[in-house]
Ligand binder design. Structure first.
Ligand code: SF4
Length: 350
């Protein structure tokens, strides 16, 4: 563990002010940013265009190490999953997902999760803490490094790993501004997706950020009752209130919303769901990602058959809701959210 502050917790403005306080030229901050976020440097010694005295000073005052990788597994479909061991031995996951058209990093924002959705391994052990901006950015840099090894430049970031991103709003947005900055990682806002369980006040706050990021809502239910079954957060922010916030978000940003919807046999994959969703989405430009349930041993749900899932999708399309069934990635590497972390703690217990 290092007790030094992490340089990735500083925005470019903050680093520029820090350089000024050291009597350095302001362009040094941009040079350091380029080394970290564009050239993938993990040490100050690598920053060859900085004077040696400045490098030494940075080395003595800041941390720039990667997160420790406890486990790294590559699935047959080339999905690469990392289990990270943070400085306090909290474990989180991040994933590299290469597809034909994009190379995506799935990033965690919290150690554990408060929201306890009844299909997700991440919520099982509860919440421990928010990740720092630096811990979030280090994941992006580590996945980017892995992607480059496979000659696949990182194109997209999704905040869909362990935790609820909007519950760690300030650190998340500080990290996003560095990821999005041309002087940072330079990933366009439209290539960054935040997935939320539906924290209504935070969705309203998101609408005011003036960033063209993609919003994905983990809906996983078609009315109050069905959502209550799977998502305890629905008792605080009920289905209708969430849909109202989505409608207002769409009005303010004119951006399409993605609704993530898990397909569980006899629970969410049902005809009455189609009619309820058709009514709810009126006036919102949206698409649905239908996610076949990825079995987690702690829950008893079942995945519907292929035909049940395609019938469900076709019915949504008939109702004017664009829907696609997401191809499961990395099943052989426990790619469902939090599975690797849970497996690791079970192994430790036994
Ligand atoms: S789905 Fe997301 S919000 Fe729900 S328990 Fe899992 S990590 Fe938490």
């Amino acid at each position: 563990m290092t007790s030094k502050p992490d340089i990735r917790d500083l925005s470019l403005d903050e680093l520029t002010r820090h350089m000024a306080s050291l009597g350095e030229k302001s362009y040094r901050a941009a040079q350091i940013f380029a080394w970290i976020y564009q050239k993938g440097a993990w040490s100050f010694d690598a920053m060859k265009n900085l004077p040696v005295e400045l490098r030494d000073r940075l080395k003595n005052n800041f941390n720039l190490s990667p997160n420790t990788i406890a486990q790294r597994i590559i699935s047959g479909d080339k999905t690469t999953k990392f289990l990270l061991d943070l400085f306090d031995h909290e474990k989180v996951e991040c994933v590299l997902i290469p597809t034909a058209t994009r190379t995506t990093a799935c990033i965690s924002t919290q150690a554990g999760c408060k929201f306890g959705c009844k299909f997700c391994a991440s919520g099982i052990g509860g919440w421990t803490r928010n990740l720092t901006c630096a811990e979030i950015l280090a994941q992006v840099l580590q996945v980017k490094e892995e992607a480059l090894k496979h000659k696949r430049p990182l194109s997209n970031i999704v905040f869909m790993g362990t935790g609820e991103p909007l519950d760690n709003f300030d650190n998340l947005f500080k990290a996003i501004r560095t990821i999005n900055s041309q002087k940072g990682s330079g990933i366009g806002a439209r290539h960054i997706t935040i997935s939320t369980v539906g924290l209504v006040p935070r969705i309203n706050q998101l609408a005011r950020q003036n960033l063209q990021i993609e919003l994905a809502i983990s809906l996983h239910g078609y009315d109050n009752e069905s959502r209550n079954l799977l998502m305890p957060v629905n008792r605080k922010y009920p289905f209708d209130e969430l849909i109202k916030a989505c409608r207002e978000y769409f009005k303010a940003t004119k951006r399409q919303i993605t609704f993530e919807y898990i397909l569980i046999k006899d629970v969410t994959c049902a005809e009455k769901a189609v009619l309820s969703l058709k009514k709810a989405f009126k006036g919102i430009i949206c698409k649905m990602n239908l996610i076949p349930y990825n079995p987690v041993s702690e829950f008893e749900h079942k995945t519907p058959s292929g035909k049940e899932m395609t019938d469900f999708r076709d019915r949504l399309e008939e109702c004017g809701i664009h829907a696609t069934i997401r191809t499961p990635r990395g099943r052989d590497v426990a790619a469902a959210c939090g599975q690797l972390r849970i497996m690791h703690s079970e192994k430790k217990r036994s």
